[in-house]
Ligand binder design. Structure first.
Ligand SMILES: O=C(O)CCC(=O)C(=O)O
Ligand SMILES: [Fe+2]
Length: 474
């Protein structure tokens, strides 16, 4: 037994987990967990890692999926559309536009992937779901995942508790702003509250002058498991950026009170279930084995990280003077996939979630609590060699007098120690379009851009039409 210093929220996580304790040493653990304030001293058992735990580097080079027609079971790959990030000029002056509904967005029932009893596992059903998902993504860049009646209460509770939180006075909310971070340059990796007009989702995706998001935000994540921490510690060796980023990202959640914590973590568990099913369906849609994608992005546990962000766009009387065309400017997410719940979207109001289709902004069908929108982020675009492009999306401007709008975007991402490579590209057949890169490097670039975004108020002017080239491309 030796003594180490661990911050209270992590101590709680560690005590709550049932995972076998497989960390190398408490010293490394305490370094990783990074005590900053209110330290407590608690005993930690040191256990030497069994050799079997040392994981081999993920094997991710199997070229598959670029079907030349010889294998009828392989799905043909569609190349990335180069026009998907071109913002329509017709939109430049239209402050509030009621847009048409996007075409080809299917509702997919992922329940064949929820089966726990192996005898009920049905490969045909899963293949059908994967085909539906691929068809919807290929037609529209997005699909809707059906929410079961029993899960709807979880969604509704998160929105209710979130809205109650956003209704508090600003100084109360700022109390659970991001924790001070030991790394100055990563001060924007958030847990907790971000005020209205403070950051820009678009600034991190190559649009440095995009106007700020007209929404308050609250972020939290699945609590880090010992498996994940242990994996990260082993595999970030020698990659200082990766270790720093993990350390910043796997920081403790902060909630206003225990009720908020309970409700939000329940939401996270549901997103874990849906994202696990989505990742397996996507893996099949990429003509890979069902678990291939999960094994690569979350080798420690097959449970991907899910980082959720609850947004509240205020009732529009308070943003009526805005001149920008969108309340959250067009961008793609830095995730593998994103699951977005937006119960308040309503075609009659306009201003909801919009995607680019045929060179124009189109509304994602409104679903209330019946479904969640799921779309690829940049990492999946990369891994699929452009088969599933990171979806460019925005939240449109809305007319005066509209009520507040809530949404919860959940981003599924890999651990930092991860070589983002193409999974189903075929070098001999026009594949390998994207750079191979450590996720840490890629994420650092993004976070540097977020840090730039934090200084939005220092920009002299915004330019919502400036888009930089995609630097991930070779
Ligand atoms: O509010 C929404 O519906 C979208 C939010 C979003 O795209 C984001 O936070 O990345
Ligand atoms: Fe987004």
């Amino acid at each position: 037994m030796e003594t180490s210093v661990i911050t209270p929220p992590y101590a709680r996580t560690i005590l709550a987990t049932n995972s076998p304790v497989n960390h190398t040493s408490a010293k490394v653990l305490s370094f990783f967990l990074c005590p900053q304030s209110k330290q407590v001293t608690m005993p930690v058992t040191t256990i030497t890692l069994p050799p079997a735990y040392s994981m081999p580097a993920p094997e991710i080079n199997t070229p598959r999926g670029n079907n030349n027609g010889s294998d009828p079971h392989l799905r043909p790959r569609r190349q990335t559309s180069t026009i998907r990030r071109v913002i329509p000029t017709a939109d430049a002056n239209a402050k509030v536009a009621i847009v048409e509904e996007a075409k080809g967005v299917k509702t997919v029932d992922l329940s064949p992937f929820f089966v726990v009893d192996e005898s009920e596992d049905n490969e045909t059903d899963k293949a059908r779901v994967a085909a539906e998902l691929a068809e919807s993504w290929e037609a529209s860049g997005t699909f809707l995942v059906k929410v079961s009646d029993e899960d709807k209460a979880i969604l509704q509770n998160a929105i209710k508790v979130g809205h109650d939180f956003f209704s508090l006075p600003l100084d109360e909310k700022l109390k659970i702003n991001q924790l001070p971070v030991p790394l100055e340059d990563l001060a924007t990796v958030v847990r907790g509250y971000v005020p209205n007009n403070k950051e820009s989702a678009a600034a991190v995706c190559g649009r440095p002058k995009a106007s700020p998001d007209q929404a308050e935000k609250f972020s939290w994540m699945n609590p880090a498991t010992l498996d994940l921490l242990a994996y990260v510690m082993e595999h970030t060796k020698g990659d200082e950026d990766a270790l720093k980023l993990e350390r910043a990202i796997l920081r403790p959640n902060r909630f206003y009170d225990t009720q908020m914590e309970k409700v939000m973590l329940e939401y996270t568990r549901l997103m874990g279930k849906l994202s696990n099913a989505t990742m397996r369906a996507v893996s099949l849609a990429m003509n890979l084995g069902e678990y291939k994608l999960l094994d690569i992005v979350s080798p420690a546990s097959r449970t991907p990280n899910v980082n959720s962000r609850l947004l509240e766009y205020p009732a529009t009387s308070s943003t009526a003077s805005s001149t920008s065309t969108a309340r959250l400017q067009g961008h793609s997410d830095g995730s593998i996939v994103t699951l977005n719940y937006r119960p308040h979207d309503d075609p009659a109001l306009g201003g909801g979630l919009q995607i680019l289709q045929d060179g124009a902004w189109r509304a994602v069908p409104a679903t209330g609590d019946d479904a969640i929108v799921v779309h690829p982020g940049d990492v999946l675009e990369w891994m699929s060699d452009g088969q599933f492009p990171g979806l460019f999306h925005r939240v449109g401007q809305i007319s005066e007098g509209a009520p507040h709008r809530n949404s919860i975007a959940t981003f599924v991402f890999p651990s930092m120690d991860f070589d983002v490579k193409i999974l189903n590209g075929d070098e001999n057949n026009g594949g390998q379009t994207y750079k191979s890169m450590r996720f840490s490097k890629w994420a650092k670039d993004k976070f540097d851009a977020i840090a730039g975004g934090q200084q939005l108020d220092r920009l002299e002017s915004f330019d919502d039409h400036l888009v930089l080239p995609n630097t991930n491309k070779k």
